[in-house]
Write a protein that binds this ligand. Structure first.
Ligand code: ADP
Ligand code: MG
Ligand code: MG
Length: 251
């Protein structure tokens, strides 16, 4: 079976239906890009998968490596291996990155009935994973995201992803506001973390990021549904032709 199977998903926010019968399947080892016009429901889909209480699921099912994802709390979804990188990362004053990561890792271990990670092993892991995103040690000792630049926040998110080793990562417009160097580092981090067992969903407006993170599949989300799918060449076509031809097919 697939790593992720979304069937007939419907979700609403404040009584308004945003996701309207969405189907999507993701296999282990795959990278999927989701593109689409503003307001089509891309961030809503990430929020629904992560369990953000602002969204109400009104129909459909989501199976995540055989687990009924929608029945889990947001924390347990994360423990089961779902990682969401936010379009706007939050700042957590007074909590250092080191302590934040230790708490996250040990909560996951506890969920699986394991003891906390020994301190030396944890610090070694921190060092090793920091290198993947070229994250400075000083950032790791500062409060989570506090006073970080846009690029540093995004890099920090990929660092968190590297630490947690998720089965499925959803990167929601991770490229917005990144200069080309930060983009390259973020993309290289994502590529280095890719294995045959995990998968990534890259939500983006721009083909640019997909030059660095090459997707196996590209989907267009419009009006709360996946209305068109293709290979990497679809991203280039969308960049060139825009979305009008897709909207016309659907409307
Ligand atoms: P995208 O990420 O594709 O640009 P979104 O999922 O952010 O689109 O938004 C889809 C629609 O849902 C928009 O019309 C947006 O205004 C609405 N929406 C999303 N989140 C909320 C919210 N928390 N409260 C009210 N409306 C929302
Ligand atoms: Mg948007
Ligand atoms: Mg969005």
């Amino acid at each position: 079976s697939k790593l992720l199977e979304i069937k007939g998903l419907h979700a609403s926010v404040e009584g308004k239906e945003i996701i309207r019968g969405l189907d999507l399947e993701i296999g282990a080892g795959e990278v999927h890009a989701i593109m689409g016009p503003n307001g089509s429901g891309k961030s809503t889909l990430s929020g629904v998968l992560a369990g953000n209480p602002a969204y109400r699921v009104t129909g459909g099912s989501v199976s995540f490596h055989g687990v009924d994802l929608l029945s889990l709390s947001p924390e347990d979804r994360s423990h089961e291996g779902l990682f969401l990188s936010f379009q706007y990362p939050v700042e957590i004053p007074g909590v250092s990155m080191t302590n934040f990561m230790r708490a996250a890792i040990n909560a996951k271990r506890k969920y699986f009935g394991e003891d906390p990670m020994p301190a030396t092993e944890f610090l070694k892991l921190m060092r090793q994973r920091r290198e993947i995103v070229e994250l400075d040690n000083r950032l790791a000792s500062r409060s989570v995201n506090e006073g970080f630049s846009g690029g540093e926040k995004k890099r920090n998110e990929i660092f968190q992803m590297a630490m947690l080793e998720p089965r499925l990562s959803i990167l929601d417009e991770t490229d917005s506001g990144l200069d080309i160097d930060a983009l390259r580092i973020v993309a290289s981090g994502v590529n280095q973390l890719k294995t045959k067992d995990n998968a990534t969903i890259v939500i983006t407006h721009y083909q640019r990021l997909l030059d660095y993170i090459r997707p196996d599949f590209v989907h267009v989300l419009y009006h709360g549904r996946i209305v068109h799918s293709g290979g990497p060449e679809l991203a280039l076509e969308l960049e060139e032709r825009g979305y009008d031809w897709i909207k016309q097919q659907v409307d």
